[in-house]
Design a protein around this ligand. Structure first.
Ligand SMILES: [Zn+2]
Length: 395
């Protein structure tokens, strides 16, 4: 009898413990969401950073790690528009489509859903504001090259702060409309230079900068921007190649910290009077370009810059515990690997990536999650699951 009582007591304590844990597992409060996307950032890119960097990277500070299958609706290998659409809207679409389903119907992004919940929103990219990945969060077109339409849809996006490049699509237009004037009419401050962006105290602004402002010039070797293996020659590849072709060895000091500083600026704006929370999407676009160009040195430098932004965001999350930070890639680019070659531990030979394609690959990509609700991103999932999980956590 005594033994039975003991068992019952043990069962009771187990039950209590379970109840206790269930209580503790109640839905976490996610007020702010930061979605950091490394375009083309696969395991090779992350591995090269981990091996090249002695300090503790932002990746290593992630309490939760998952994997994402990056297929599009019609191919194991996605392009950036379809990859961005899955990450933004929770629906897989055909390659080439952006923000619309395979039938061409407009989808609603998780950024739009955050806005509908009363959250403020922001977009920070080191490419044009109309590129595929940011575009997937506010636009809907059946061809990524419909840049003029994407720019027009950007003016209707209602984001509170946006910083990137690509002025031409806003002012040199076939319809002769000056979309910077449209933005001003809608209550935005519009800045066309980096200093004004850095110094502004505006609560609602768009910074449309030059490519030189948002991306460093880097001298490297062994570069072609050709599209082997059916690869898209995306803007990022051209950018990475153009900067190298220039032979300019001088590092412009601002672009090397652009993404970090622009992110900091957006956080400063969105954190101001932040009652309902915010949704901030950040894209580091040129990792993809170095993958297309099979440029190991360029990719590693780019990953170090990505990590500077990431470490800053991890510090923000640590200070603001109601914030969820999700870091992932839309796809892998270059079929990257740290192959055997001459790599030896302790040998000062720099880390060199090998590449198996000049295009994207269908290899799964990593997910790193931090802060409130991060546990939801453990395990293997599909690219379109990520925004669904974020939406659920925001409710
Ligand atoms: Zn690409």
């Amino acid at each position: 009898m005594k033994k039975i009582c003991l068992i019952s007591a043990a069962m009771l304590s187990l039950f209590t413990a379970t109840s206790c844990c269930n209580k503790a597992e109640e839905k976490p409060q996610v007020k702010n969401v930061i979605y950091l996307i490394g375009d083309g950032m696969g395991f090779g890119a992350v591995s090269s950073l981990l091996l090249a960097e002695d300090g503790v990277t932002g990746f290593e500070q992630a309490p939760v790690i998952g994997l994402s299958e990056t297929c599009s609706a019609n191919n194991y290998v996605t392009d950036s528009p379809a990859g961005g659409t899955a990450l933004a809207t929770g629906t897989r679409t055909k390659n080439g489509y952006l923000g619309v389903d395979p039938d061409g119907q407009q989808l609603t992004s998780v950024l739009r859903k955050a806005q509908a919940m009363g959250k403020r929103s922001g977009i920070v990219v080191n490419t044009t504001l109309t590129e595929a990945t940011p575009g997937a969060f506010y636009a809907g077109v059946t061809n990524r090259n419909m840049t003029y339409d994407i720019a027009k849809q950007f003016t209707e996006s209602q984001v509170d702060v946006a910083i990137g490049a690509g002025l031409s699509a806003f002012i040199n237009r076939p319809d002769s409309v000056d979309l910077t004037a449209t933005l001003i009419e809608k209550g935005y401050d519009v800045y066309l230079d980096w200093k004004s962006v850095l110094n502004t105290s505006s609560d609602k602004f768009v910074g449309i900068l030059t490519m030189g402002d948002v991306h460093r010039r880097n001298k490297s070797s062994n570069t072609t921007a050709s599209a082997a293996d059916g690869a898209e020659v995306c803007l990022a590849a051209k950018l990475a190649a153009a900067s190298e072709e220039s032979g300019d060895t001088t590092r412009l000091s601002e672009p090397t910290v652009y993404l970090q500083k622009a992110t900091q600026k957006a956080l400063e704006v969105l954190s101001r009077d932040n009652k309902q929370g915010f949704f901030l999407m950040i894209e580091s676009a040129i990792i993809d370009g170095y993958g297309h160009n099979n440029d190991s040195d360029g990719m590693i430098v780019e990953m170090k810059e990505f990590d500077n932004t990431l470490r800053q965001l991890v510090a923000y999350v640590n200070e603001h515990p109601e914030t969820l930070l999700v870091v992932t890639a839309d796809h892998e680019t270059g079929g990257t690997a740290v192959a055997y070659n001459s790599h030896e531990v302790g040998n000062p030979t720099p880390v060199k990536l090998s590449f198996s394609t000049k295009g994207h690959s269908g290899t799964v990509v990593p997910i790193f999650a931090y802060g409130a609700g991060a546990e939801a991103f453990a395990g293997i999932m599909k690219n379109m699951d990520l925004p669904k999980k974020i939406e659920e956590l925001m409710k």
